[in-house]
Structures are given as C-alpha cells and as structure tokens.
Design a protein around this ligand. Structure first.
Ligand SMILES: NC(=O)c1ccc[n+]([C@@H]2O[C@H](COP(=O)([O-])OP(=O)(O)OC[C@H]3O[C@@H](n4cnc5c(N)ncnc54)[C@H](OP(=O)(O)O)[C@@H]3O)[C@@H](O)[C@H]2O)c1
Length: 332
C-alpha cells in the first residue's frame, strides 16, 4: 500500500471553491483507533458551516480535511480495538469536526465512532446516514420519547435530519404531521410515511394544531431548524409536552416552557468527537440504526451524487437548499 493518498483540503475558510485536491500522508491509527478506506461521505450543513468559518471552534487545524459522515472498509486497526478487523464494512462519524474527516482516501477515527454498515444498503449509501440518523434517533429516543399514537410534528421534514425523523417517529408508532415549504417537499414527506403535511409558510400554528392535534397541541415537536421554528414549536406543543431541537443558540422567549411545564431537549451530535468522550455511544446507536435499516423501517433518500473532486458543486447545492433528503459524495 502507498504511504500517500489523495485528500480534499482547505487551507483557510472560504466559499465552495476553497477545496484543493492534494497528495498527503496516509494517517496511522493510534490505540483505540481504526483506519477506514473511504467509499463515500455525505454533505451536512455542519460541513459547509465549518468551511465558511461560521463555527471555528469545530474546525480541524489547517490544512483541514472536512466532512463528518463516512462509509468504507476497515483497513487497519490500532491497539486495543477488538470490535473490528481489516475488511469489515463500516459507517461512522469519526471526524470532520475537531479532527480530520472523510474527504480523503483514508480516515482515522476512534473505533467507538463506527459500526458495521447496514447489510441491505449499498455501502456508499450508508454514508448518507450517520449525522442525520444519530441526530434524529437521539431527538426521539433520548432527548424526547414517543409513545404509540402520539401526535408528533416534524419541522424541516424533507431535509437530512427531518426525513429520517419522519421515518423513526412512524416506526415508534406516532401520528406524524410534517412541514415543507414547497409542494415537492410536502409530497416527499408524505411518501416517507407522514400522515399529514403542512405548508407552514401559509398556515398559522393554531390552524395546524386544530387540524392535526385536536386543538390541544402536539405531544412532541421535532425541530431540526431552530430560530422561528423553535418559537412556533413552543406554541404547537401541548401542556407537559416535549420540544426537541438541534439549534438552541438563538435568543428565544422561553416563558412557554414555564407556562406549560414543557421539556426542552437539545442535541449536539458531534460533541463526543469534539470532546473525545462517550464516543462508544455513537457506535452503539449506529448499530441500532443499522438494525432499523435492515428491518426496512428507515431508508436514506439520496437526491444527488457527486464525486469527491466535485465537492465544490456539492457544497453549492447544499447551501442553495434545492434538494430533498441527502447529497452523497462518492470516492471514485
Ligand atoms: N445540533 C446537532 O447535533 C445537529 C445535527 C444535525 C443537523 N443540525 C442542524 O440542523 C439543521 C438541519 O440539518 P439538515 O441536515 O436537516 O439540513 P438540510 O438537509 O439542509 O434541511 C434543512 C431543512 O430545514 C428547512 N429550513 C427552514 N428554514 C431554513 C433555513 N433558513 N435554511 C435552511 N433550511 C431551512 C428546509 O425545509 P423547508 O424548506 O420545508 O422549511 C430544509 O429542508 C442545520 O442547521 C444543521 O446544521 C444540527
């Protein structure tokens, strides 16, 4: 094996054209780490937010290799790794924030941030899952709970996190109301299994609470958007209900939490990688998610595919927002 590989690096923050294809050394796995030959990655908003310099605390050191999601084949294992061996097909969230990520021929990460890939999915497509599926899973089974016949409102239902959220909420037995800003996004959410869809740009909160939550409010509101959505979530949820979100860094009026005795749950999915703590939980959750995929309960939707050397185009599309589900990048 060559000691060098191709990586797509950024030397500074910038627009989508800031990526450079470069030959770099293949990284070596340390204790508790594995090296994975990268088959694919996918685009998450965190990748372009880091690229732009919106969240410098999350960036690896320059020159930085971005992208959190990966699928591929284990190539080498470090000391103290017994869950994987060379040749295993895996998916995971090893880096791309805090440490180098997946936009290269090989990535090294803590073994705990990987799981065996779902058996019923093409290995490349498994890279569409880690960040969004871990996020949706933690929102619905850790930060919130969903019982059979609960009324669940899913904002951003056509996006990466939302489209997995709809499927997991349905699998948990909820009645799902999904929002989408366009006809195409609402049709996509209905195809995923949403029981009802709402054009939130034209409908006020009271109307969809009356129509889809008996006027009482939703048992749980799933918010992968934040800002205005987080505020309307507080209006849409019933007394004693739950709001789960990925974005609470905005300034909000939280008096509704007090007035209605609400639970507010916040997920920051990448934190185990940033802190180097609780990384095993990532792999355990990915194993649960792989089982859901293999049971037919969850399927990622890949809207567009790009090669690694087209990463700039992938970022442009992601930032434009003119897609549903996920944007995949394949290492050809
Ligand atoms: N904290 C965490 O751990 C965590 C984890 C994953 C993602 N996130 C964050 O959660 C958000 C959603 O992630 P995602 O992967 O689902 O993104 P995505 O695939 O780009 O989808 C975002 C969806 O949100 C809706 N939206 C509403 N207002 C928006 C706006 N101003 N800009 C962009 N989208 C808007 C859009 O649907 P409509 O057009 O129908 O409104 C869109 O489909 C991102 O901000 C991401 O950084 C956080």
């Amino acid at each position: 094996m060559s000691s060098e590989m191709t990586a797509y690096v950024i030397d500074e923050y910038g627009d989508p054209d800031v990526f450079t294809e470069r030959t770099v050394d293949v990284p070596e796995p340390g204790p508790e780490e594995v090296r994975v030959e990268v088959r694919a990655s996918s685009l998450n908003p965190v990748d372009y937010k880091i690229r732009r310099g919106d969240i410098p605390d999350f960036a690896p050191e320059f020159p930085a290799v971005l992208h959190c999601d990966v699928s591929g084949v284990v190539d080498a294992v470090g000391d103290e790794v017994d869950r994987f061996e060379a040749g295993d097909e895996v998916y995971g969230m090893p880096g791309g924030a805090g440490r180098d990520g997946a936009l290269a021929d090989y990535v090294v990460g803590h073994a705990g941030t990987f799981a065996h890939a779902p058996e019923t999915l093409a290995l490349a497509d498994a890279a569409a899952l880690p960040v969004v599926a871990l996020t949706a899973w933690e929102m619905l089974t850790d930060k919130g709970t969903v019982d059979v016949d609960d009324d669940v409102l899913v904002y951003g239902a056509s996006g990466g996190v939302g489209h997995i959220g709809v499927q997991i909420a349905r699998w948990l037995g909820a009645d799902v109301t999904a929002t989408g800003s366009t006809e195409a996004k609402r049709a996509f959410a209905a195809d995923l299994g949403a029981d009802a869809t709402v054009d939130y740009t034209e409908t006020d909160v009271g109307s969809y609470v009356d129509q889809y939550a008996d006027g009482a409010g939703f048992d749980l509101v799933f918010d992968p958007v934040g800002d205005d959505h987080l505020q309307t979530a507080f209006e849409a949820v019933r007394p004693f209900g739950s709001v789960v979100t990925t974005e609470s860094s905005s300034t909000q009026d939280i008096s509704a939490l007090h007035a209605n005795s609400l639970d507010l749950g916040v997920v920051l999915v990448i934190l185990p990688v940033l802190l180097g703590e609780r990384q095993e939980r990532v792999g355990e959750e990915l194993a649960d998610i792989a089982a859901l995929v293999d049971d037919g309960a969850v399927e990622p939707h890949v809207d567009e595919r790009f090669a690694f050397d087209e990463v700039s185009d992938a970022h442009r599309l992601g930032e434009d927002g003119d897609f549903v589900g996920k944007i995949l990048l394949e290492n050809e």
